[in-house]
Design a protein around this ligand. Structure first.
Ligand SMILES: Cc1cc2nc3c(=O)[nH]c(=O)nc-3n(C[C@H](O)[C@H](O)[C@H](O)COP(=O)(O)OP(=O)(O)OC[C@H]3O[C@@H](n4cnc5c(N)ncnc54)[C@H](O)[C@@H]3O)c2cc1C
Length: 406
C-alpha cells in the first residue's frame, strides 16, 4: 500500500513478522478499528519469521504452567488446523530427541514427565533397535519420540496470515521503516522512511528492533536484545535419506535453544543447525558481517557481560563460535546423532538471528514477554517457539490491546 497523505489509524502495528500479522488479524477480526501494519522491508517475513527451522514444537520440554508451554501446545494444535484449512505445506513427521550418554538418558525421563504435564504425547524408546525403527541412521542410548511435532513453511504461513488480515480490512505498508515516534496527548506520530502515519495506539512487534522502539517510548529500559545468530547447513540431496524426520539432541534445561539438530523441511531439504553465536549486528547474517554501532551497543551493555560471568556460559560461547568458523566442529556435533554423515555432505545454507532479551542483571528471558506503555503494547521477547505460538500469542495480544483501547 502507498501512503497518500498523512494517514490516520486507530492501531498501527510495527513489524510484519508472524507476531505482527497475527495480532493484526485477530484485532481486525474482533473489532471495527482501522488498523495498519508498517514493515521496513519490501517483503514480509524477511527476518526471524522467514529464517527459522520451521518446526512446530508442541512443548514437551518447556516448564509446565509457563506461558511458553501453554502457547506451544495450543499453538501446535491451532497451527495444524490453520495449515489444513488454508492448504499450506505441513508435514507431521514427529521429532526424535536422542540421548547419547547416561546423563542425557536420565534427563529424557524428566522431559517425558514434563511433556505429560503439558499434555504432550511422547514415547520413550529404550534401545538402539527401537530408535532405528523411527530413524534408521540415528544412534543413541535412548530417545523420546514426540509424534505431534511438525515441519512447516513459515514464509508461506506469514503471507497467508497477512492475506487474512488484509481481507479483514488491515492496510499494509511495506518498505516503510519506522524511524522515530512522537507521542502527544492522544496520538502517536510515527515517522517512517516514506512519510508520517498517525495512530491512537501502537503495537510494537519489531522483532530484532523491538527493544529500541520500546525504549524510545520509555518502556522496558531494563531489557535489551542481544542478537544470537543461528547458522544452518543442508545435506546434499544424495544424503537426505539419512534423515527421515527431525532428530534433536537432548536439550540442556538451562539453555534449551542450544544443540545442532536435523530437520526435514516441507520442500524435502534436510537442514542441520542452528548453532547460537553472538551476531556482530542485529541483521548480520553472515559471520563476516559487522555493524560497529550495534556491536558497541552490546559490548556497552552490562547485562551482556553479566550473562557471560559463569564458566559454563564462557565455554558455551567458545564452542558455538567454533561451530561458526570451523565446519569440522559443526560436523562433529551433527555426527553425534547420525554418524554416517561426512563433511562433504554439508553445504552452507541460510542463517537466522534470534532476538534474545537479556535483562540488565544478565538473565536470559525464556518466556514470551510484552509490556504496556501509554497507549502502546511492546512485544519484547518471542524466542523459539515463537512461530509455533504465533496464533494464540497474537490472539492474546489482540485482546490485551482491545481491553486497553476501550
Ligand atoms: C534460527 C532460528 C530458528 C528458529 N526456529 C524456530 C522453530 O523451529 N519453531 C518455532 O516455533 N520458532 C522458531 N524460531 C523463533 C521464531 O522464528 C520467532 O520467535 C518468530 O519468528 C518471531 O516473530 P516476530 O514477528 O516477533 O519477529 P520477526 O519475524 O523478526 O518480525 C519483526 C519484523 O519487524 C520489522 N521491523 C523491525 N524494525 C522495524 C522498523 N523500525 N520499522 C518497521 N519494521 C521494522 C522487521 O523487518 C521484521 O519483519 C526460530 C528463530 C530463529 C532465529
Amino acid at each position: 500500500m502507498q501512503l497518500q497523505s498523512m494517514e490516520t489509524y486507530d492501531v498501527a502495528i510495527v513489524g510484519g513478522g508472524c507476531i505482527g500479522c497475527s495480532v493484526a488479524y485477530y484485532l481486525a477480526r474482533d473489532s471495527a478499528l482501522d488498523i495498519c501494519v508498517i514493515e521496513k522491508e519490501h517483503h514480509l517475513a524477511e527476518h526471524q519469521s522467514g529464517r527459522n527451522s520451521g518446526v512446530l514444537h508442541p512443548g514437551f520440554n518447556y516448564p509446565p504452567g509457563s506461558l511458553k508451554a501453554q502457547f506451544a501446545s495450543e499453538g501446535t494444535r491451532r497451527m495444524k488446523e490453520y495449515f489444513d484449512t488454508n492448504d499450506l505445506p505441513l508435514d507431521e513427521l514427529g521429532v526424535l530427541v536422542v540421548a547419547t550418554d547416561h546423563e542425557e538418558r536420565r534427563r529424557l525421563t524428566e522431559i517425558q514427565h514434563q511433556a505429560t504435564e503439558n499434555g504432550v504425547e511422547t514415547d520413550l524408546l529404550e534401545s538402539q533397535a527401537a530408535i532405528r525403527e523411527h530413524e534408521p541412521h540415528a544412534v543413541g542410548e535412548a530417545a523420546l519420540y514426540c509424534p505431534e511435532a511438525a515441519s512447516v513453511d513459515s514464509q508461506k504461513y506469514v503471507y497467508s496470515l497477512a492475506g487474512d488480515a488484509e481481507n479483514a480490512g488491515v492496510d499494509f505498508f511495506s518498505g516503510y521503516e519506522v524511524e522515530t515516534i512522537e507521542t502527544n496527548d492522544s496520538t502517536h506520530q510515527i515517522r517512517t522512511s516514506n512519510g508520517t502515519i498517525t495512530s491512537s495506539y501502537l503495537v510494537n512487534t519489531a522483532g530484532l528492533y523491538a527493544d529500541t522502539l520500546a525504549h524510545q517510548m520509555g518502556v522496558g529500559q531494563e531489557y535489551r536484545i542481544v542478537p544470537f545468530r543461528g547458522e544452518y547447513y543442508e545435506l546434499v540431496p544424495e544424503k537426505r535419506h539419512l534423515v527421515q524426520s527431525m532428530i534433536y539432541p537432548t536439550p540442556d534445561p538451562d539453555l534449551p535453544f542450544l544443540g545442532v539438530h536435523y530437520t526435514r523441511r516441507t520442500d524435502d531439504k534436510v537442514i542441520i543447525g542452528p548453532n547460537a553465536v553472538l551476531a556482530f549486528g542485529r541483521e548480520a547474517y553472515a559471520n563476516t558481517q559487522f555493524d560497529l554501532s550495534e556491536v558497541l551497543d552490546v559490548l556497552g551493555y552490562s547485562g551482556f557481560w553479566k550473562l557471560f560471568t559463569s564458566l559454563k556460559m564462557i565455554n558455551v560461547g567458545i564452542t558455538e563460535l567454533n561451530k561458526s568458523y570451523r565446519k569440522t566442529a559443526f560436523v562433529d556435533a551433527a555426527q553425534k546423532l547420525v554418524p554416517e554423515v561426512e563433511p562433504d555432505d554439508f553445504r552452507k545454507s541460510y542463517a537466522g538471528i534470534r532476538a534474545q532479551i537479556v535483562r540488565s542483571d544478565g538473565t536470559l528471558v525464556k518466556d514470551p514477554l510484552f509490556k504496556h506503555g501509554s497507549r502502546s503494547t511492546h512485544v519484547l521477547n518471542v524466542v523459539s517457539p515463537g512461530l509455533t505460538s504465533s496464533l494464540p500469542f497474537g490472539d492474546h495480544l489482540a485482546s490485551e490491546v482491545l481491553s486497553r483501547f476501550e
